[in-house]
Write a protein that binds this ligand. Structure first.
Ligand code: GLC
Length: 613
């Protein structure tokens, strides 16, 4: 257009302005539009959401509801598809796995998200279920079953706050934790992710949400989004089969499995993850009554609901998800879908379902409103990048000291025939696969999804803790299988238990006994004729009934994490044992499921635990 006469000049100016505005990053929009309301932190969140929603296309809205896994998406695709969130599955880390690479990876994805026209930041989600556990060098706290034994909600809140600090240093702002499951059958592979077998225990430990999110979401520089999971009944499946079927009346489902979610909602948890399990044959991922009517309606949950990893793919039981499954999940009330690899297909399926009316636009808008509200509350639009001031907290002395305290508080002494506490001057023989192995004492969800034996991350093994506690005057000898022990020793300590596992890989259908290697090690120690203390490193109670009479001392250590010295603190009496069983201890696997009040006679009841006085 050639600019000469007055009317033409006005049109030129208008054209010129629109060209300038179109090229201007949206944040700098001024002129006649005034400041962009959704970018104004001084405005109420609801009005920022309304303004942003009004500017969003269907593409923008579908992208917000999509959560790919980091290995299956490039940063420029985050930009192009307006992706709302990216996750690291268990153990999915940058290489090399170090804190700076985590922060760089996070910032790379975030910069890509901010390069989209509306500049909506992503949420980056991980399972920091016992510390920022995907990161080498992070502080690894005891798994939940040990924290349930500690019975200390304030300690658990502090663990949440420490975890949030370590996450913030790497930028990661969404934690798929806490698991508030009520573990009713110890054969379940996720028993250790439960705070206990009665709803009061996970309900009381929802204080971890306050630690993670702060007094309110976004209040304070280290606030991260927490997730109550897995909704609902994951710990109550038949036979303890992971992702199985919960066969309960609604009354019993509500009495046993719902209370921790009610408490989490009361604490304003920002997200809830749906369980893979079914309730009386119906997959939770399509249960509109429980997700929309109960969780969002009756309980008043105002955050957003996320599916589990490929959870929508399980709805019809056939491999690969369909438009029907996508529609069923979204119409049930799921707001964001964790769809690690097939995220493009998910977006296509959901678009088709919206266009044919199967999924109403109102449902899409509600999902976006929920997601965006949490992003605004979290302060993501104002502080989108990693806060590297907190990198130094990762694995730092303060957090390790807190973890050591938690380890000591979680130990449960179940037998003590005048053998504990150990004396510093004792000649001590230590044996067992779990004595000198950070990976074993940390369990699953540690650096890798399943966890692994070995020196997988920095920390203190139980043996190192014993050596430190025994002091210079004592003699501490270690032999993994117990060879070399003789009568000259005052006491033998056998650290035995389970190899690491996670989720269904940990489901047990056997007799829940110690394996041959551990039993042979203990036998070797007993044959020497010295008192034997057994320390059990496991994610659940094991069947020790026939061996227990031959032990002089027995302590459940659960999965203590990187600070093994906390175990020695109790063995030597530097900390008196205060742990109490968070689950009923069976006489045999045949008693499973076994829970308080069910009329069975356990080896040790819920709440059992000895002190030293
Ligand atoms: C897993 C788990 C869930 C976890 C998610 C992301 O399958 O069921 O607890 O948060 O995937 O890793």
């Amino acid at each position: 257009m050639y600019c000469s006469s007055t009317p033409v000049v006005r049109r030129c100016l208008a054209l010129g302005m629109s060209v300038v505005l179109a090229l201007t990053p949206i944040g700098a929009l001024r002129a006649d539009m005034g400041p962009v309301r959704y970018l104004d932190p001084g405005r109420p969140v609801a009005s920022r959401v309304d303004d942003l929603l009004a500017r969003m296309s269907l593409d923008d809205k579908l992208g917000q509801m999509t959560q790919p896994e980091r290995r299956h998406i490039e940063p420029d695709e985050v930009t192009r598809f307006r992706i709302g969130s990216v996750l690291s599955g268990g153990g999915s880390a940058p290489s090399p796995n170090n804190v700076r690479n985590w922060a760089d990876m996070y910032d790379g994805f975030q910069r890509a998200a901010l390069a989209a026209p509306l500049r909506v930041p992503i949420l980056y989600g991980v399972d920091a279920v016992h510390g920022h556990n995907n990161v080498v060098g992070a502080t690894i706290f005891p798994h939940n079953i040990g924290l349930g034994a500690a019975r200390d909600p304030e300690l658990v809140r502090r663990i949440g706050a420490a975890t949030a600090e370590e996450m913030t240093g790497t930028g990661v702002d969404w934690n798929f934790a806490p698991c508030v499951c009520v573990a009713r059958d110890d054969r379940w592979g996720r028993t250790y992710e439960s705070f206990g077998e009665v709803p009061e225990l996970p309900s009381s430990m929802t204080t971890i949400i306050d630690g993670l999110q702060g007094s309110a979401l976004g209040r304070g520089p280290t606030s991260v989004l927490a997730t109550a999971k897995h909704y609902v009944g994951d710990g109550g499946t038949a036979g303890g089969r992971d992702q199985g079927d919960v066969r309960l009346s609604e009354e019993d489902l509500r009495a046993v499995h719902l209370p921790p979610f009610r408490e989490a909602v009361r604490r304003a948890v920002g997200s809830v993850m749906v369980s893979y399990s079914s309730w009386n044959g119906l997959k939770m991922h399509q249960n509109r009554y429980l997700i929309t009517d109960v969780l969002k309606g009756e309980l008043g949950f105002s955050g957003f609901v996320v599916s589990d990893y490929n959870g929508i793919d399980q709805i019809d039981g056939a491999p690969g998800f369909t438009r029907k499954e996508v529609a069923a999940a979204i119409n049930a009330g799921i707001d964001m879908v964790m769809v690690p690899a097939e995220w493009r297909r998910f977006i296509e399926r959901l678009r088709a379902a919206v266009e044919d009316g199967t999924v109403p636009m109102a449902r899409i808008d509600d999902a976006n409103r929920r997601i965006l509200t949490k992003k605004f509350e979290l302060g993501l639009f104002e502080r989108p990048m990693a806060d590297r001031r907190y990198l130094g907290t990762i694995g730092g002395a303060a957090h390790r000291a807190l973890a050591r305290r938690a380890v000591a508080a979680s130990q449960v002494v179940l037998k003590n025939d005048d053998v504990l506490p150990l004396d510093e001057g004792d000649r001590i023989f230590v044996a067992g696969r779990g004595a000198d192995d950070i990976g074993l004492q940390s369990g699953g969800w540690t650096v890798t999804w399943q966890g692994a034996p070995g020196a997988t991350t920095p920390g203190t093994t139980i043996l190192q803790g014993i050596r430190e506690a025994a002091g210079g005057s004592a003699t501490v000898t270690y032999a993994r299988d117990g060879t070399g022990i003789d009568r000259s020793y005052d006491v033998a300590v056998a650290v035995v238990g389970e190899q690491p596992y996670a989720e269904y890989e940990g489901d047990r259908t056997d007799d829940l006994r110690l394996d041959d290697t551990d039993r042979e090690t203990i036998g070797r120690l007993r044959a020497a004729g010295v008192p034997v203390v057994v320390v059990l490193v496991s994610g659940r109670p094991l069947n020790v009934t026939s061996e227990l009479p031959g032990w002089d001392g027995f302590m459940a250590s659960w999965l203590p994490g990187t600070e093994g010295a906390g175990v020695a603190d109790v063995l030597f009496g530097d900390t008196d044992p205060s742990g109490r069983l968070p689950v009923t201890w069976p006489r045999s696997a045949a008693q499973e499921p076994i829970n308080a009040g069910d009329g069975q006679r356990p080896l040790f009841p819920l709440g059992a635990g000895l002190g030293y006085d």
